[in-house]
Design a protein around this ligand. Structure first.
Ligand code: ASP
Ligand code: MG
Length: 407
């Protein structure tokens, strides 16, 4: 008998019929003799619908109230699924994040889990009850409701799997696994059997929106193997797990892209110690995540600094950059939004050379200009003009032969 944590995403619980189907899936695992703990997202589109309502009433809604509002979506589905299971003759109970002891910090809308007791879940399981937990939420020390960032139900599932020492953490979504790249862009994209946490993290944070990035981080830190599967088709999905030998043999595991970044350039920046610290300190203080940073060689004591931020934060970041630019006597601040970040990811890059050169050659062959480059041990990213995104992804997928079977 195994203890299985299952998480169902928004599309999987998007209608009453689909909740019915999920109940059947859960019921089967239970009747097969396993203990099952279920985490659910809000019904597809619900979180966005609630956000829209908030913005109709407020030009700048408080994050604390947004959390009260958004957490309701998951509560609805947890109760509905529990009812569906009861109707089938199973013992089931719905719980909120608070009831299962998910304690977070107070960063409303992006809260971090500090601890998780899961006592109520354990009690329920012992009594043969199927706990159905509202994902995406916890409470802070003051008992205010917090949410875990968009896609945060994944994190609820992984954190519960870790706390319960579950045998398996299965994330049911609307895709049947993790692919070498976006199958909408490259039709011969291939589903990966397994992928390392680190690669998944690069893929997730780069826009392969299968799993919330923070949930992958949590899984890596607590060594929780996570399986990504579709709730609409049968299949083994993709296992996200610790790195092994086979993975290293493959140089590039995937090609990802992100059109959700904007580039900000500050020109004529006095080249002095402390300037970058001041600029990026102010941006970090505003809670904005900077991805790439590029500083040019200085000429006559002046330099240019470019960096990328999520598009949604671009306005705020430009405001901060303008203010600092004035203070330090820089020349100008420019914003470019029609960019894309295209990356290749693979743990095999640690042991293979010449990968970057191969990537640049592939882009140049298509006549694509590279605006910024950044590398890590297992990733090479290039910022390019957004209009070439699909072309770049296709040619990289080709050059690194990702459409073919491994080995
Ligand atoms: N409902 C939340 C969202 O749409 C959390 C989740 O689905 O995981 O972001
Ligand atoms: Mg999701």
């Amino acid at each position: 008998m195994a203890l299985i944590v299952q998480k169902y995403g928004g599309t999987s619980v998007g209608t009453v019929e689909r909740i019915q189907k999920v109940a059947e899936r859960v019921a089967k695992v239970k009747t097969d003799g396993n203990d099952v703990v279920v985490v659910v997202s809000a019904m597809a589109g619900e979180t966005d619908r609630l956000l829209k309502l908030a913005h109709q009433l407020s030009s700048n809604p408080e994050d604390r109230e947004l959390d009260m509002l958004l957490s309701s979506g998951e509560r609805v589905t947890s109760a509905l699924l529990a009812l569906a299971l009861q109707e089938k003759g199973f013992k089931a109970q719905a719980f909120t994040g608070r009831q299962v002891g998910i304690i977070t910090d107070s960063t409303h809308t992006k809260a971090r889990i500090e601890r998780i007791s899961a006592d109520r879940v354990r009690e329920a399981v012992v009594q043969g009850i199927i706990p159905v937990i509202a994902g995406f939420q916890g409470i802070n020390e003051k008992s205010d409701v917090t949410t875990l960032g968009r896609g945060g139900s994944d994190l609820t599932a992984v954190a519960l799997a870790a706390a319960l020492k579950a045998d398996s953490c299965d994330i049911y979504t609307d895709v049947d696994g993790v692919y070498t790249t976006d199958p909408h862009v490259v039709p011969d994209a291939r589903q990966l059997e397994k992928i390392s946490y680190e690669e998944m993290l690069e893929m997730a944070s780069l826009g392969a929106k299968v799993l919330q990035a923070r949930s992958v981080e949590f899984a890596a830190n607590h060594q929780v193997p996570v399986r990504v599967l579709s709730s609409f088709t049968e299949g083994k999905g993709t296992l996200v797990t610790k790195e092994d030998r086979d993975m290293e043999q493959v140089v590039v595991s995937g090609v990802t892209y992100d059109k959700n970044q904007a580039k900000i350039t500050i020109t004529g920046v006095p080249d002095q110690p402390g300037i970058a610290a001041r600029l990026f300190g102010a941006i970090a203080a505003a809670g904005i995540l900077v991805d790439m940073i590029l500083q040019n060689v200085s000429q006559e004591g002046m330099t240019d600094i470019s960096f990328t931020v999520p598009k949604g934060d671009a306005g705020k970041a430009v405001g901060i950059a303008r203010k600092i630019a004035r203070e330090i006597g820089a020349r100008d601040v420019q914003l470019k939004e029609d960019i894309a970040n295209v990356s290749i990811v693979g743990v095999g890059m640690r042991t293979h050379s010449g990968v970057a050169a191969q990537m640049f050659a592939a882009l140049s062959k298509e006549g694509i200009n590279i605006m910024m480059i950044s590398t890590s041990e297992i990733k090479i990213s290039c910022v390019i003009d957004a209009k070439y995104t699909e072309l770049a992804v296709r040619s990289l997928h080709d050059v690194f032969e990702l459409g073919k079977e491994r080995g």
